[in-house]
Design a protein around this ligand. Structure first.
Ligand code: PMP
Length: 464
């Protein structure tokens, strides 16, 4: 131990020496160092070298109200002064978390009953797994425990949520997934829906595959199905028409719970309050995070239906205590931030703006990139959009991942002052819901130039 400060060390050096970055290539990081963000306002962020970028990713799909919202800062400050922390175990409570639970239920579908707070989307999904298991234990169905998740799903990285995630790079070298997790198809209409098949037929096929899996495993062993309304990290995959209705019929037939992971979709990103609202899903559990506080504080929620609550409450005499929860569950400063955030979303009708700006952004992307030689698909709902690049439009042949086309476009976009996110060969966009027409032009101009620049490079390399 040495508490002597490193006076002469640059922040970049200190970072490389001390900070272990999530989802980062260790080799690249040690070679290139960090990109340090210093300040932000509205939809723009500024790095430590003074370069300003339009944040087309809203951080990680989360800063829905944009940066620099003084009223959230003030709400957090007031709460920190009054009561910075107290726990919520053993019936303890604080005002902002009570008000936030009430507010979340007013946003949620009417059949939702209770809100359990956590700190991240991952821990909320772990809570959901435990809730499903607990519910079936309390119902006298101890064998009904398997949970079905989809290929390419992203539900987080903790042991439980990471097992629900259906991306091999999140499992490899971590000894995941857990054996109780089963897998079914994703909803990739661009690549997996056969030519000539209608969306309704594709939905019916996916539902029949789900049912076949449940029957093979034995309905008495299958507890729940989890799905993002629009799949995010897996590639912004929009379900075919009628998908959730067809899937829910199967789930209902076999007494299998529906978990809607609304971590990205929730609180307006799709131009509707939730993905659940947009697609007419009837969830038994909803996972919420990100847009709940726009990332001003870490907070998540597991929201459970009357059907689950009725079982839990009936067993309250038999069980000494619901022995699950985090030190920071229902954290008062996080709850105060979330309340102030939802005030803004409601007052400024950001749900409505997400629908309007989303349609405008998609139209502008189609106009600029729709005919581009290396763009195969432009898709999304509201302000959750993606561009999928291809080596050949006619055959949809993907670029070899070793070409790192997504990462190269993102690097060029940074040079243009625009932040977007690579997902393999795809580029994802999820800007703040405040996005204006001028912002859309800035985003599409920067991204368009980045795609052109990478196309030129690939053509020179003979890859396009
Ligand atoms: N679910 C979904 C749908 C997500 O997109 C994410 C994060 N991107 C998570 C869960 C996990 O959230 P966190 O990173 O806060 O653990």
């Amino acid at each position: 131990m040495s508490l002597e400060p490193h006076h002469n060390m640059s922040l970049e050096e200190m970072d490389k020496r001390s900070l272990f970055h999530p989802f980062t290539s260790i080799g690249d990081h040690l070679a290139n160092g960090p990109r340090i963000m210093s300040s932000a306002s509205g939809v723009h962020v500024t790095d430590s070298k003074g370069r300003r970028y339009l944040d087309g990713a809203a951080g990680l799909w989360c800063v829905n109200v944009g940066y620099g919202r003084q009223e959230i800062v003030e709400a957090m400050t007031r709460q920190a002064e009054a009561l910075p922390f107290f726990h919520s175990f053993t019936s303890m409570a604080n005002e902002p978390s009570i008000r936030l639970a009430d507010r979340v239920l007013r946003w949620a579908p009417d059949h939702m009953s209770k809100v359990f707070f956590g700190n991240s989307g991952s821990d909320a999904n772990d809570t959901n797994i435990k809730l499903v298991w607990y519910y079936n234990n309390m119902r006298g169905k101890p064998a009904k425990k398997k949970i079905i998740a989809r290929n390419r799903a992203y539900h987080g990285v903790t042991i439980g949520a990471g097992s629900l995630t259906g991306l091999s790079y999140c499992h490899q070298f971590f000894d995941l997934p857990l054996p109780q997790i089963l897998r079914t198809h994703s909803v990739d209409q661009y690549r997996e829906k056969p030519e000539g098949m209608s969306e309704a037929e594709f939905s019916a096929y996916l539902a029949s595959e789900l049912e076949a899996l449940i029957l093979k495993e034995g309905p008495d062993t299958v507890a729940a199905f989890i799905a993002e309304p629009v799949m995010g990290t897996g590639g912004v995959l929009v379900p075919p028409a009628g998908y959730f209705q067809a899937m829910q019929e199967v789930l209902d037939r076999h007494d299998v719970l529906m978990i809607a992971d609304e971590v990205i979709c929730g609180f307006g990103r799709l131009g509707a309050p939730f993905g659940t609202t947009h697609f007419g899903i009837r969830p038994d559990i909803m996972t919420m995070a990100k847009g709940l506080s726009s990332g001003y504080q870490p907070i998540s929620a597991s929201v459970i239906s009357n059907r689950i609550w009725d079982v839990l409450k009936d067993t309250s005499g038999e069980v000494a205590s619901f022995a699950h929860g985090f030190t920071y569950s229902a954290h008062p400063i996080a709850a105060a931030a979330a309340l102030a955030n939802l005030d803004i979303v409601e007052r400024e009708d950001l749900v409505g703006n997400a629908a309007k700006a989303g349609a405008e952004l998609k139209g502008a992307l189609q106009k600029r990139l729709g005919d581009h030689a290396m763009v195969g698909d432009i898709r999304g709902v509201g302000l959750m959009l993606a561009v999928e690049t291809v080596a050949d439009r006619a055959t949809k042949r993907p670029f070899d991942l070793s070409l790192k086309v997504g990462a190269r476009i993102v690097a060029k976009a940074y040079e243009q002052g625009v932040i977007v996110r690579p997902l393999g060969n795809m580029i994802a966009m999820s800007p703040p819901l405040t996005l204006s027409s001028a912002n859309i032009e800035e985003l599409v101009t920067g991204l368009g130039r980045a795609v052109d620049a990478v196309a030129d490079e690939l053509a020179r390399e003979g890859a396009l």
